[in-house]
Design a protein around this ligand. Structure first.
Ligand code: CA
Length: 458
């Protein structure tokens, strides 16, 4: 009898081990890819209604995924947004509120090293991690992506870059020899690097980054990976190759034509990445998020944020409301999600889906969006979202369908974004209690800020 129950117990143990093993095999943790465009206008892709820019691959991504129509970034320009995106925390919590000047010799200018990135978290959970493209979180070795959780880095540490590889050495020499050499200008012509080693590149930068992204996927197909593909397109300078320019011969304005061609190159790159995921059988094992790091530069780069008000850098919707798509075939039902979500949320969302433990020693501002996107949770992911532009002395608060904007020393304005996405009709006088509550929430948020660590260049 004793032997019989011992054998039964052993059999049960064996069976449960087999089941666990099968479950583990069937539920391989998803790969995660963040694709960031740079200064892409709210309207400048097909799925956002662009009348003149064609983005078939991004449109497919949006069609097969969830388009977050009230998707925001935590700041209206480059580096602070990236600091928030990678840490899941409002960058004001650690003083990263400006663009870091490009200073390879200065260990005080960059994403503070006590901040954890999503790459740190996923790497610790066993993921292969890579960043391709624009870093813009400090040029000193202390801030190097390889020290911030990324096994692999291919790209540049500057805030932007020239686009034609053949020209980099000549331009670099010219700029170094200028009567008054400018570090930012020089940084745009530095050779690209691979894990700290300069590399010579040929051809159009966006194509080079796309090819590297596809190669990263092929190289890591057997193992869960996190890829952060940070294009610098369509950020200035406006430069595009013939291949893309000829698609837009019908656009008379040469600057708009070039900008459209730059977006097309990103679209082709996303198409190449999607094709690679299909070829490697990873398409339904991969979460892809696509968004822009801030609103379009409508003044100097002819981007369009229609129907939003404002420009890159603004507190108005045009500053921080961006094209925003999440796609995971078979797991996320295609559709539209209109409640306000933030780039800050990608941290907790990625950690939850990959079963990576979240850091517990610091407050996060990141909400796991999955229960909301899959319909398990109703209601707002965020009671409030906040923005602050000290240089403009302006603040912004979103709560539900309401947006409050205030310039220091002036009366606050209140807009109902559902009725008035263009922020034209100030309803503050009709909603004093709501204005008061939003300003109080903002004041409480501001109390958590620390002073700026560095000032933007120029
Ligand atoms: Ca940007």
């Amino acid at each position: 009898m004793k032997t019989f129950s011992f054998r039964c117990g052993l059999l049960a143990l064996l069976l449960s081990l087999l089941v666990l093993n099968a479950l583990a095999q069937g539920s391989r943790r998803p790969n995660v890819i963040f694709i960031l465009a740079d200064d892409l206008g709210y309207q400048d892709v097909g799925f956002q209604g662009s009348p003149d820019i064609r983005t078939p691959h991004l449109d497919a991504l949006a069609r097969e995924g969830v388009r977050a129509t009230s998707g925001y970034v935590s700041h209206s320009f480059c580096s602070p947004t990236r600091a928030g995106l990678l840490t899941g925390r409002y960058q004001q919590r650690f003083g990263h509120i400006n663009n870091p000047p490009w200073r390879p010799e200065d260990s005080s200018i960059g994403l503070p090293v006590d901040q954890l990135t999503i790459a740190d978290v996923l790497r610790k959970a066993g993921y292969a991690t890579g960043v391709i493209g624009k870093w813009h979180l400090g040029a000193h070795a202390a801030f190097h992506p390889n020290r911030r959780g990324f096994d692999e880095f291919f790209g540049f540490t500057a805030g932007g870059h020239m686009y034609f590889g053949e020209e980099f050495p000549m331009l670099l020499e010219q700029r170094r020899k200028a009567a008054k050499p400018n570090m930012e200008s020089i940084s745009y012509t530095m050779p690209l690097e691979h894990n700290g080693q300069p590399v010579e590149t040929k051809g159009y930068l966006t194509d080079v980054l796309s090819e590297k992204a596809a190669a990263f996927v092929r190289r890591h197909q057997a193992h869960p990976f996190f890829l952060y593909l940070a294009y610098n397109a369509p950020h200035a300078p406006l430069q595009a190759s013939e291949k893309y320019l000829e698609r837009y011969a019908h656009i008379a304005d040469a600057r708009r034509r070039t900008y459209a061609a730059m977006v097309s190159a990103v679209d082709d790159g996303v198409g190449q990445l999607l094709a690679t995921l299909k070829q490697t059988g990873l398409d339904d094992k991969t979460l892809i998020v696509f968004l822009s790091d801030n609103g379009g530069q409508i003044v100097s780069s002819v981007a369009r944020n229609t129907p939003l008000r404002g420009n890159k850098g603004d507190i108005w919707e045009g500053g921080a409301r961006v094209p925003f798509v999440l796609r995971w075939p078979g797991q996320l039902k295609p559709g539209v999600y209109d409640k306000a979500v933030s780039s800050l949320d990608l941290f907790a969302t990625a950690a939850a889906l990959t079963k990576a433990p979240l850091p517990k020693d610091r407050p996060l501002d990141s909400v796991n969006l999955w229960p909301y996107l899959t319909g398990k949770k109703k209601g707002e992911p965020h009671e409030y979202l906040f923005w602050h532009r000290p240089q403009l002395q302006m603040l912004g608060v979103r709560s539900g369908e309401w947006k409050l904007v205030q310039k220091e020393g002036e009366a606050p304005q209140l807009f109902n974004l559902k009725m008035d996405i263009g922020e034209q009709h100030d309803l503050a006088a009709q909603q004093p209690a709501r204005v008061k509550a939003m300003l109080a929430a903002y004041a409480a948020w501001r109390e958590q800020h620390v002073p700026a660590l560095f000032q933007s260049p120029n």
